[in-house]
Design a protein around this ligand. Structure first.
Ligand code: SAM
Ligand code: SF4
Length: 344
């Protein structure tokens, strides 16, 4: 057991991994549940975790605050759908103290938008400035087919509510061959007309699903870019958000288009992030199985010393990069957990 002085030092020392990368970005999933069942993310009939397995809002606050004390500057709340977690605004309100103190630079979230009519204003009041909203299609019928349970009208109203509340919005669409590729241009025009960035994401081989085969749906970002280049004059942009997206600017709209290519290794070198699941499992890399349980040290101890020790030990194991492959022989995903476990 380290002496109290050593423990205090551990609790405030910045998190630097073995490759010299400072861990300054943490994504925390607050629930595995969702009101949608997007075909690329969830099976139609999901078994969700029992409530006792989830970190409580107080535990989530302690965990996030421990990372903030260790140099986390950006905190992204995700899920599942973070805004369906009961009383989640209590967590946002409490975490906003780190924005007020200046320890945290950004508190943000990724959402499907379904609850934003209710929560956009309150999120802005908590100091949230930028949010990501997932929107794969502008067509209500297609939206229903892709999300299985989602209401397009609700999400559209949610986007308006976020913009009205003064939030900066980035739209994310998963690029799916034969599903929404005919809408890429329309999505860009829709986003840029409202001063929103539009980002496209390659479909990732996460989790066993009962939906369509993702090998058939996989569309490389070069193909997305090539398709958009038929409608827009694209030029590379130096803009970065600290995330994995690479941006181009469309001359016709003046807006930005982002591309996220998780299947290639082009952002591992600068990876400054880790992810925590709603059960308190810390994943040091989205594409690797190695993980550390933070729930046990959180639950077993009212003080945060053991939690900090567990975080320190885990960051010391952060791998250099990941190895995503959709295995063409077995068609198995390289990583078997669902995206809704680790959060997008
Ligand atoms: N429910 C929220 C939402 O949809 O924005 C937050 C969680 S969701 C898991 C985060 C992001 O992951 C979404 O933009 C979603 O489209 C993306 N996503 C889910 N499964 C994916 C997959 N297999 N490949 C690529 N992106 C995926
Ligand atoms: Fe829910 Fe988001 Fe997954 Fe869709 S992508 S099922 S909205 S968690």
């Amino acid at each position: 057991m380290p002496a109290p002085v050593e423990r205090a030092a551990a609790a405030s020392s910045p998190l630097i991994d073995p490759y010299g990368r400072a861990i300054s970005y943490v994504r925390v999933s607050v629930t595995d549940r969702c009101d949608f069942r997007c075909v690329y993310c969830m099976a139609e009939h999901m078994t969700f975790l029992p409530r006792r397995d989830l970190l409580t809002l107080e535990e989530l606050d302690r965990l996030c605050s421990a990372f903030v004390a260790r140099g986390t500057k950006r905190l992204r709340i995700t899920g599942g759908e973070p805004l369906v977690r009961h009383d989640v605004m209590r967590l946002f309100r409490s975490l906003s103290r780190h924005l007020v103190s200046g320890a945290l630079e950004e508190l943000t979230l990724t959402t499907n938008g379904s609850q934003l009519v209710r929560f956009a204003r309150e999120l802005a009041d908590c100091g949230v400035r930028r949010i990501n909203i997932s929107l794969d299609t502008l067509d209500p019928d297609r939206f229903r087919a892709l999300t299985r349970t989602g209401s397009h009208a609700e999400v559209m109203a949610g986007i308006d509510a976020a913009l009205d509340a003064g939030l900066k919005v980035k739209l994310n669409a998963v690029a799916l061959k034969g599903v929404n590729e005919d809408e890429f241009e329309a999505l860009v025009r829709f986003a840029h007309a409202r001063s929103m960035d539009m980002t496209f994401i390659e479909v990732m081989p996460l989790g066993e699903l009962d939906g369509p085969d993702r090998l058939d749906q996989y569309l490389p970002m070069q193909a997305v870019r090539a398709r958009l280049a038929q409608s827009f004059s694209l030029s590379d942009s130096a803009y970065r958000t600290g995330g994995p997206a690479r941006y181009v600017t469309a001359a016709e709209t003046g807006g930005r288009i982002g591309f996220i290519t998780p299947l290639t290794h082009n952002f591992c070198e600068s990876c400054n992030r880790v992810r925590v699941t709603c059960t308190g499992v810390l994943y040091m890399c989205l594409g690797q199985e190695d993980a550390a349980d933070l729930r046990e040290p959180l639950r077993a101890n009212p003080g945060d010393g053991p939690l900090h020790a567990a975080i320190t030990a885990a960051i010391a194991r952060k791998p250099k990069g990941h190895d995503f492959v959709i295995d063409r022989a077995t068609q198995n995903p390289a990583v078997s957990r669902h995206m809704s476990m680790t959060g997008g």
